[in-house]
Design a protein. Structure first.
Length: 135
């Protein structure tokens, strides 16, 4: 969703004049949205790693383990001790991604709100105005 909003934002910014303040705000908003989307992707990869890395480490330890010595199963808050830091890192990266996406959306909303206030007397879309003016 954030990448789609960033694409719309960048497309809209390209239609405006070079150097205008609104264009700069839209480009900045798009950059924040892309940054949030990249952080969401990284958080997703870390979350999957928090589930897969402990399984791979466990199979490696099973392959290296000497016969006859039992291995202890450990958990930390219901997770493997190796997967917990990865899961926590995924959570933190996801929260930072949410902040970036929220900043981008707030800039986009404020910019579109400014554009809507430029014509305070016109509350309808152009299609509705055409229908009303033809009657």
């Amino acid at each position: 969703v954030t990448l789609a909003l960033a694409a719309v934002t960048f497309s809209y910014a390209r239609t405006l004049k070079e150097g205008s303040a609104i264009r700069d705000e839209l480009v900045f908003s798009g950059e924040r949205l892309v940054g949030g989307a990249v952080l969401f992707l990284i958080a997703s990869i870390l979350k999957h790693a928090s589930h897969d890395v402990p399984r791979h480490v466990e199979s490696l330890l099973d392959a290296l383990q000497h016969r006859g010595i039992p291995r202890q199963d450990m958990t930390f808050l219901g997770m493997d001790p190796i997967g917990f830091p990865l899961g926590f890192a995924a959570f933190m990266v996801f929260l930072i991604g949410l902040l970036y996406a929220q900043m981008g959306i707030m800039i986009l909303v404020s910019t579109t709100g400014y554009r809507a206030k430029r014509r305070p007397g016109i509350l309808r879309f152009s299609l509705q105005r055409r229908c009303m003016s033809s009657t």
